[in-house]
Design a protein around this ligand. Structure first.
Ligand SMILES: C[S@@+](CC[C@H](N)C(=O)[O-])C[C@H]1O[C@@H](n2cnc3c(N)ncnc32)[C@H](O)[C@@H]1O
Length: 214
């Protein structure tokens, strides 16, 4: 049984941040979803920011969001989306017990969420098990950096950062978690969402497509 996600302050902050994203982040969201089609599972949808960026070739988005305030915003965004989107209150870890997961998805989307979940390995394995063979995981995540920024991230994670930002961890090696679950990475790159000199521990992002082998 997974702990409940209850981050009322962070949830309110996230709604504001999500409404004021930079052009770079918007472009990355669009890139992360480009070319998707069929049925998509989105894990930890937040305020539903991705919903407006799905291409029309997506026939259905089934989203999960465990935080009550964000769930409300995600449902409002779902109602306004061009494509059919439903949002359920659930954690990524709890997908293990999901009887509705019988029909596999064509794609799973994770953006800015694997930093925050309780058990990234479990969530990525769940993503894998809910995909059809050949289905894709699309990810856009800030990741652990090397060198002194990495050391700053480790200190941030051991002190206040997760407490302030809804369990966000800055130093997760998310790409190893993805390959460790059995995914084959088809394309991936790192990019910076702020100038490299900026002392922000969440500015190195990984964006990629990984497939569940057929
Ligand atoms: C930084 S926000 C990102 C939201 C959204 N994915 C986006 O791209 O805007 C992190 C999200 O992960 C959700 N979350 C936290 N723990 C989770 C879990 N165990 N399973 C699924 N989602 C979780 C939070 O409630 C929040 O919506």
């Amino acid at each position: 049984m997974t702990a409940a996600v209850d981050n009322p302050l962070f949830a309110r902050l996230w709604v504001v941040l999500a409404a004021h994203e930079t052009a770079k982040i918007k472009a990355l969201r669009m890139e992360n979803l480009a070319g998707l089609s069929g049925r998509v599972l989105e894990i930890g949808a937040g305020a539903g920011t991705n919903f407006a960026y799905y291409p029309d070739t997506v026939t259905e988005v089934v989203a999960i969001e465990p935080e009550a305030h964000l769930l409300e915003h995600a449902r409002a965004a779902a109602a306004a989306a061009r494509i059919p989107v439903s949002v359920t209150e659930k954690t990524g870890e709890a997908l293990a017990n999901d009887p509705a997961g019988d029909e596999p998805f064509d794609a799973v989307v994770c953006s800015l969420v694997l930093c925050t979940v309780f058990e990234p390995g479990t969530v990525v394995r769940q993503a894998y098990s809910h995909l059809r063979p050949g289905g894709e995981l699309r990810y856009l995540e800030h990741v652990a950096s090397a060198g002194s920024r990495g050391r700053v991230q480790q200190v941030a994670d051991a002190t206040l950062w997760p407490r302030l930002f809804g369990n966000c961890h800055t130093h997760r090696d998310t790409e190893s978690v993805i390959t460790g679950a059995g995914f084959e990475v088809l394309a991936a790159r790192h990019t910076w969402t702020m100038p490299r000199w900026a002392p922000v521990p969440v500015s190195e992002f990984a964006i990629g497509r990984a497939v569940r082998p057929s």
